[in-house]
Design a protein around this ligand. Structure first.
Ligand SMILES: [Fe+2]
Ligand SMILES: [Fe+2]
Length: 309
């Protein structure tokens, strides 16, 4: 990692400063911080038995389009068997409580990204152990959003550059937090938190690197898909499923993501669930995006005292 200058400070979940803003974050600086807390012990908990994760997953998976994607109940049983094997620091899992209480969208999103990415990994990654590693990353990929003010996460109007910077900070913040509590910068959950907004053509953030890791790419596609099909404050409605899949196909055409993961996603959206290698993708665009959508639009900076939401 060449290094990333932090635009905002990063604190532990009990508010100890780890890195002030302006720090050059590298694997070395992060390892030094981890080593200085090496003796601290953080209790872990299996994801499946944390809070109401199991019941909530079952509820969310019974709704469209996930009800079609997971119509084979064996897939859900496999998913839960994986969750039982994945342990994460309880302090990290407590961020799920925060989102469940304050930002239900993010809570639903991280669980569904977990479910979908694990399913896609079973198609695309031959090693089952890798699926287990990936399944640990869904519920934690947006952990850094605990530091994004709720009024930014829930804003219905375009974000200012400063607000956008806060939002994008969640990738580095999640990477640091997960590395700190797992005491390992190489844990896949840390890598996914850091890189899930990167793209194959280098157009993503926070580092603008070329997305190469197949597991991270599966997570990135699951992340975008779920964000499109869910209602979000910054647009008038969710994308319908067809239009969402067309948007994802467009990303593959622009070489932002790879074709195999797109084919696997579309195959699972077909009732017959054909093998992804047999999928041919139509270039025709027939969907209708939501009429109001300010995602990606940057607004003029305003005086924070004028803020109305
Ligand atoms: Fe994210
Ligand atoms: Fe996300």
């Amino acid at each position: 990692m060449p290094g990333l200058t932090l635009q905002h400070p990063i604190r532990t979940l009990d508010n100890q400063l780890l890195f002030p803003s302006g720090t050059l974050l590298t694997e070395e600086t992060l390892n030094a911080v981890i080593d200085s807390h090496r003796a601290d012990y953080y209790q872990t908990c299996p994801l499946l038995f944390y809070g109401s994760v199991r019941e909530d997953c079952l509820n969310f998976l019974s709704l469209p389009p996930y009800a079609t994607i997971f119509q084979d109940k064996k897939e859900i049983n496999d998913l839960f068997s994986l969750l039982e094997t994945v342990h994460l620091p309880t302090l990290i899992l407590q961020s799920l409580d925060y989102f469940r209480q304050h930002d239900l969208y993010t809570y639903t999103h991280v669980l569904m990204v977990f479910a979908l990415s694990t399913l896609l990994a079973k198609d695309l990654i031959p090693d089952y152990e890798e699926c287990i590693r990936l399944s640990a990353t869904g519920p934690t990929h947006d952990t850094g959003k605990v530091y994004v003010p709720l009024h930014i996460l829930k804003k219905t109007k375009p974000l200012t550059k400063t607000e956008r910077g806060f939002l994008e900070h969640h990738a580095a913040a999640g990477y640091v937090l997960l590395s700190y509590y797992c005491k390992n910068t190489q844990h896949l959950a840390c890598k996914v938190a850091f890189d899930h907004h990167e793209r194959r053509d280098g157009s993503g953030y926070p580092q603008g690197i070329l997305l190469k890791d197949p597991l991270v790419e599966i997570m990135a596609v699951s992340d975008v898909y779920d964000a499109l099909i869910m209602p979000r404050p910054y647009r008038s409605s969710a994308y319908d499923n067809r239009t969402a899949l067309e948007e994802i196909t467009e990303m593959a055409k622009q070489n932002k993501i790879g074709w195999d993961v797109v084919k696997a996603l579309i195959a699972h959206n077909r009732k017959s669930h054909p093998p992804y290698k047999e999928m041919t993708i139509s270039a025709e665009k027939r969907g209708t995006p939501p009429s109001y959508n300010v995602y990606g639009i940057i607004a003029e900076e305003t005086d924070p005292r004028d803020r109305t939401e």
